[in-house]
Design a protein around this ligand. Structure first.
Ligand code: NAP
Length: 301
């Protein structure tokens, strides 16, 4: 029996574990893929207060170590279900049920896909959602990065270190990401901006051989001869498992305010998985603290 069960081992979940343990509560964290979550694959984090520059991988490791050293239990297993059993929260995995007095949902978000034909089939054969994980395989090649946010900008900068040519494809003619990053990319000789362009089709049966785009202004199609397509068009929630337990909004985010309370007593939502305006590392960490302290208060009732 655990005091606080946490689903998701990203910044929000691990921060919740730190706060839970420091409040003397028995805490367990479940993570299905990699502890650290989204930030683990970020090449550089430069906006975490007090740390001028750190790699996402190192920050993730430090977070994990901090939680574990404080006594949090971690389970590297996919959660297959959650249920409320007379007020007790039960976390189900393939082999085991874990009973918890309170539950923090911090499952984060997943990469949004373009929805092109053969996109799924070509993952690992030219299509990627993680430049830092797969960029090295494209050394000396030509690649396209799709998206106009900070992730796409950072991915393009990272890939420009290895690739012959990086096309940064964005559907509008203005980037959403930081102006400083855009200026830095403008100066990179092997980066070319392809603006007002929407991906239409992937060329190649078994490997990516090109990308067909539609120019939004002229409505004409054109092709980029690339071997890699790095998709960085934002994220979508993955809260389907929790739909019975909490309320989801139309986009699938868990309905919860800044207090991280859901409609179910003893169930809290933290980080990118909940309805919120700003999804950042700092706000995920803040949510982790708020949710854990709310759980502690709930346990004292
Ligand atoms: P994002 O800011 O939501 O940007 C997604 C981009 O993809 C937008 O430019 C969007 O175009 C484009 N897009 C969406 N759907 C598309 C589609 N179907 N086809 C083509 N393009 C599409 O996502 P993000 O870049 O992953 O960043 C998420 C959050 O994390 C942001 O708040 C970001 O600032 C933050 N972040 C911070 C750092 C850092 O500071 N270390 C690093 C990465 C991310 P439109 O602009 O036209 O909507």
């Amino acid at each position: 029996m655990y005091d606080i069960g946490i689903i998701g081992g990203g910044t929000a979940g691990l921060t919740a574990a730190i706060y839970g343990q420091r409040a003397g509560k028995k805490t367990i964290v479940f993570e299905g893929t990699n502890f650290g979550g989204q930030i683990a694959s970020s090449p550089e984090v430069e906006n975490y207060p007090g740390i001028a520059k750190i790699s996402g991988a190192e920050l993730s490791m430090k977070l994990m170590e901090q939680a574990v050293n404080l006594g949090a239990e971690t389970v590297m297993e996919q959660v297959t279900g959650v249920r409320d059993s007379n007020g007790m929260k039960v976390i189900e995995t393939a082999g085991t049920d874990y009973a918890c007095k309170s539950l923090i949902l911090a499952a984060g978000v997943t990469h949004r896909h373009l929805g092109l034909e053969r996109e799924e089939q070509l993952v690992g054969s030219g299509v990627s959602y993680c430049a830092t994980c797969d960029g090295m395989f494209f050394r000396g090649r030509d690649v396209a990065v799709i998206g106009g946010g900070n992730t796409a900008l950072q991915d393009a900068a990272f890939l420009a270190n290895y690739c012959n040519k990086v096309y940064l494809v964005h559907r509008r003619d203005e980037f959403r990401g930081e102006a400083g990053l855009v200026e830095m990319l403008r100066k990179r000789e092997n980066v070319e901006f392809v603006l007002s362009a929407v991906p239409k089709a992937i060329v190649g049966e078994h490997m990516v051989e090109g990308l067909i785009l539609t120019n939004q202004k002229t409505k004409e199609d054109f092709q980029l001869d690339v071997n890699g397509i790095f998709v960085a068009i934002g994220h979508a929630p993955k809260n389907e498992l929790f739909a019975e337990l909490v309320e989801l909004d139309e986009a699938g985010f868990i309905k919860a305010g800044e207090d991280c309370l859901t409609k179910t007593p003893g169930v809290f939502a933290a980080g990118d998985c909940r309805t919120k305006e700003v999804r950042q590392l700092t706000t995920a960490a803040a949510d982790g603290a708020v949710a854990a302290l709310a759980a502690v208060k709930y346990l004292q009732k």
